[in-house]
Ligand binder design. Structure first.
Ligand code: NAD
Length: 321
């Protein structure tokens, strides 16, 4: 890429597995001017940034990675000032046997503090939330930052859809590029697979696989995160999740208007009001440009309404956390 097409600043808050891998992917895109990586562990973000910068001659990218240690009173956030996009990955991941909701209280404290500092130093940023439980942390980030709802959205649907696609492709022994799938709803128990939007080489998924097999793959997709956590034993998935968040940040900086499944503020679409929920949206420089409705079957629509009801109650509680 020529120098004059590289633009903007993206900050990744949290330099754990998810955050550091995301920063690496963003830097290797070579579309941003600067990638900032922060953490509260003294020296970790600086060390990782230096390491990534040293990979530039090998991988051939010019984006600069900046590491900054931050403190609980907001010290260090100056390095993030004026970010165009901020990805929040700060917080604890699950351990085997834990649900995402088990992280609610501990991660709410972390995410609230991060959101306040982001709002102070990057008042015009678009924020992509990653920390779990995802739907609740997205709602909390919007509240704590005071940002317009279109400028705060969460990462879940790209990952869940990718897992679904991978499950279908490996089961059928076909390339992932020939499979199209979709999940909506929450990032958790009320994830809504949308078989009517799933195709293999252009044919409806339900024509190439029997219903029991589709159900089996849907269940595996819904438990996709737990399956990885169970194998790793410490920590949770980060390669596919970081790929998802990085693509979302790229859609923002490139103002692509790309249709992406994200956790977005829904107010009227599908007859659902006032909740952060997994839907398809066009993503660009202002964040969510438009939530796009598609025709759903009665079962899929009922699943989405059920998911909205489940996350609405929990999102109402985050104000007090
Ligand atoms: N949305 C998704 O699809 C998805 C997928 C995977 C993981 N996650 C979530 O992402 C989060 C991060 O996962 P991980 O695997 O990177 O965990 P990790 O433990 O490897 O990293 C988390 C990092 O956050 C840092 N941190 C804590 N408080 C901070 C603060 N106030 N400011 C800056 N950094 C802070 C920690 O020091 C740590 O380095 C977890 O909550 C996990 O559940 C979400």
């Amino acid at each position: 890429m020529s120098d004059n097409t590289r633009r903007g600043k993206v900050t990744v808050v949290g330099a754990g597995f998810y955050g550091s891998t995301t920063a690496q992917r963003l830097a290797e895109y070579d579309v941003f001017e600067t990638v900032v990586l922060t953490d509260i562990i003294d020296g970790r973000p600086e060390g990782l940034a230096l390491d990534m910068n040293q990979s530039r001659p090998i991988e051939g990218f010019e984006t600069t990675v900046v590491g900054a240690t931050t403190t609980s009173d907001g010290g260090g956030y100056e390095a993030t000032a004026g970010s165009d996009v901020v990805i929040i990955t700060a917080g604890l991941p699950r351990k085997p046997g834990m649900s995402r909701m088990d992280l609610l209280e501990v991660n709410a404290k972390i995410v609230r503090g991060v959101a306040e500092n982001v709002a102070k130093h990057s008042p015009n940023a678009v924020v992509v939330v990653v920390s779990n439980p995802l739907d609740e942390m997205t709602a909390l980030t919007q509240l704590a930052s005071g940002f317009p709802k279109n400028r705060v959205f969460g990462q879940a649907g790209v990952l869940d859809t990718a897992r679904f696609t991978n499950n279908v492709a490996t089961t059928l022994g076909v390339p992932v590029s020939s499979v199209q799938t979709l999940t909506l709803g929450s990032h958790g128990d009320t994830m809504v697979p949308v078989p009517s939007a799933c195709f293999v080489e252009g044919k409806p998924l339900t024509d190439v696989m029997d219903a029991a097999k589709v159900d089996e793959l849907v269940t595996r997709t819904r438990n996709g995160g737990a399956e990885v956590v169970g194998l790793l034993k410490t920590g949770s998935a980060f390669y596919a999740p970081s790929a998802a968040a990085a693509r979302m940040a790229r859609a923002v900086i490139e103002d692509s208007g790309k249709l992406i499944p994200v956790c977005a503020w829904v107010d009227g679409e599908y007859g659902i009001n006032g909740v952060y929920l997994g839907v398809e949206a066009e993503i660009g420089r202002e964040g969510v440009q438009r939530v796009v409705e598609r025709d759903l079957t009665d079962t899929e629509r009922a699943g989405l309404e059920q998911a909205a009801a489940a996350v609405r109650a929990k999102q109402a509680d985050v104000a007090g956390l």
